[in-house]
Design a binder for this molecule. Sequence first.
Ligand SMILES: [Zn+2]
Ligand SMILES: [Zn+2]
Length: 467
Amino acid sequence: MECVNCEPDVIYRRTSSETSTTELFFKDFEEKKLNFNLCETEVQEITSSVYEIVNRVMAKVSEHDNRFTFSEIVKLGSIAEGTKLVEPNEFDYLCILKDFSNPDMVRCRKVCSHNPGHTHIFIEDKSLLKKWENFMDEGQLLANKIFAELSRIVNDIYMNMVKEQKKIKVETSLGHLHFGGFSVKDGGPNTVFHMYWIPVNAGQKMDICVDVSPAIRYFGMEDISLSPVFATSKVFQNLTSVLLVPGLLHKTVNKCMDKCFRISCTEIEVQLMKSLSEQHISCYKILKYMISYLGLDLSVSNLMYLPLSSFILKMAVIQHAACCKVWQTKKKCMDDIADFILACFMPKDRPKPFMSNIFLKEHNLLFKLEFIQQHDITAMNFLMHVQVLTGFKEFQQKLDEEHPLHYNYDKCYELIEILIKRLEEVKGGIYKTFYAHYKAHGRWNFINGTSRELVALFEYPVSIFSQ
Ligand SMILES: [Zn+2]
Ligand SMILES: [Zn+2]
């Protein structure tokens, strides 16, 4: 006992990563909940088989219509970044159209004024104009027509396969991967290939979704004029090309939508994610699970909650990592990341939520939340985002109040269940408040209010654990 007293450091150093309950819990949580439970070889075999099937299908697409010839297939998304959770069952690829990825034939003459972060593609070459004439309007390439045609060809190929009872299949030492059809996600711009993996030894069949989208590699960097945020500007200095991807099909139609290609630096994003420290990768995975995945469970009939996307989290983690001190605990890093996002939600210098795209400063990644002033569902969703983030911080706080010597995984996990239950209640509360507002004032109208005022008006967020 006396000995303990003369070395108080040993017992009270609760902030070090080995001894706080938060750190102990998240270490186990990653093991049990987030990591793949397949061996590395099996993951590699699945990954290479998926890539092979995509290559085979795309080769058939080119045979079918030689305009759809691809110069490369770029891997992106969480598998490429090493941040996929639970199972290796989602893959993303961009298939680069050879014809338009030639520096001399294509120009981006403007960054779209209706749709920030997007551009229009003008075709300069006469023979190319002729070759693709039914994909053009006034010399500009129709993004979604390209996507739609690609989907149509894949459909033809698949229907033919079914008719001729042919299969696309890859066999490896630990299992077989089958191509099992395709679908189109939310009207595009991704074609989703469905595959399934059957392990050789006893094991569950795994359904795999593979997002495939056409894209163009564009070399005219001067036309795009990137404006990276300070934190990551270095990595963009020597970039020689960007990828242009057919833009999302929004319900809110605007005139040029069909011609809008999204500017993407996805390869830099993958590179930035891969260069994160192990600690920051952990933080990202935990946040992704706690904020984006668990958020999906928060939906009762009255009010759909659309959780914060993992992409927004990723952008926040990248910017956090660029200026993080190395000796911080995971808890501190995750608090900082949550605070960064909260600061973007309620900026001091702007009325509405705003987060810079890391390579186009003025492009707002939170554009979906720009309608909090006119659209009640958006405003409710916004309040829930704030609540989920602050709830997560409170959860971490609560974990840390538990003494590490009495650490018990199940007991800590119960706190997650309480968190979810309470968030569900809060969501109901937000809905009721809006309904009361609607009864009293008619339709939602908060035209002159800022996001900070919105939060203050409804007195959110509320405390999760003090109830
Ligand atoms: Zn446009
Ligand atoms: Zn950090």
